[in-house]
Design a protein around this ligand. Structure first.
Ligand code: ADE
Length: 242
């Protein structure tokens, strides 16, 4: 998979993609991640990437021209219908569809090229959304100063689901949300720490009982912290159902 991030703050990304699973996936050739400065695609004298909003009001709006030029440079087309198959152009904004595990899974399974536009200021000229964007995505119901942290979140959520990214010692199957529930608690050595004991069942070697306990703990935690995930039956449509 190729991921191209468009931002006016390329330095923000520094080494953020150079650790852990993402670094390993890059080194293994599973993913290529490039960060591009939107300003480089601005052609006016001052390389402006934003301007005042038509109709008045506070803040600045990101201009369409540099973003169109960047997407055209990366895809060969300046409209959705002209993209090669398996290309997705994402706009990160609080107005987007909420990011869920199922969505990350779909990107990992179906997309080969993902372009991520980091919105800034008061917003992005709506013609970007109209003509270029295939998916407007929000990472939660709060407002960030820009889409950059969200681009890191989205990239991480997708890359770890790419085939072979996690390696054999870990698996995404037991992640929170992968079965519609939060993950169960985990313990490692020592078996007793500051008077707190690891639940007996985990030391028993009885794998059926351990599995039952983990399931029960996941269910209890989900009921307590995220009852919304259980509404309408065990498998919530917002998360993966397998
Ligand atoms: N930009 C600002 N807030 C955001 C959010 N919640 N999700 C994605 N991009 C954003």
């Amino acid at each position: 998979m190729k991921i191209d991030v468009l931002t006016i703050f390329p330095e923000f990304f520094g080494q953020v993609f150079d650790f852990g699973i993402i670094r390993r996936a890059k080194l293994a050739g599973i993913v290529e991640i490039n960060v591009h400065d939107i300003r480089e695609f601005a052609t006016d004298k001052h390389r402006m990437t934003d301007d005042r909003p038509f109709g008045g009001g506070d803040g600045m709006v990101m201009k369409p021209e540099p973003i169109f030029a960047a997407v055209e440079h990366l895809t060969g087309a300046a409209e959705r219908s002209g993209y090669p198959a398996e290309t997705r152009v994402v706009l990160l904004s609080p107005q987007g569809k909420p990011l869920k595990q199922q969505m990350a899974r779909e990107f990992a399974d179906e997309a080969r090229h993902v372009i991520v536009i980091c919105g800034r200021y008061e917003g992005v000229d709506e013609r970007v959304n109209y003509a270029l964007v295939t998916d407007e995505i929000s990472i939660g119901d709060y407002v960030l100063s820009g889409g950059e942290p969200a681009a890191v979140v989205l990239t991480d959520a997708i890359v770890r689901l790419l085939p072979d990214a996690l390696g054999s010692e870990t698996s995404a199957e037991n992640d929170s949300f992968s079965d519609g529930l939060l993950d169960c608690p985990h313990y490692t050595r020592p078996a007793e720490f500051r008077g707190m004991k690891v639940p007996e069942v985990l030391l028993s070697g009885d794998h059926a009982e351990i599995e039952k306990w983990r399931r029960e703990m996941a269910m209890q935690k989900t009921k307590r912290i995220r009852p919304d995930l259980l509404e309408g039956g065990h498998s919530c449509p917002l998360v993966e159902s397998e």
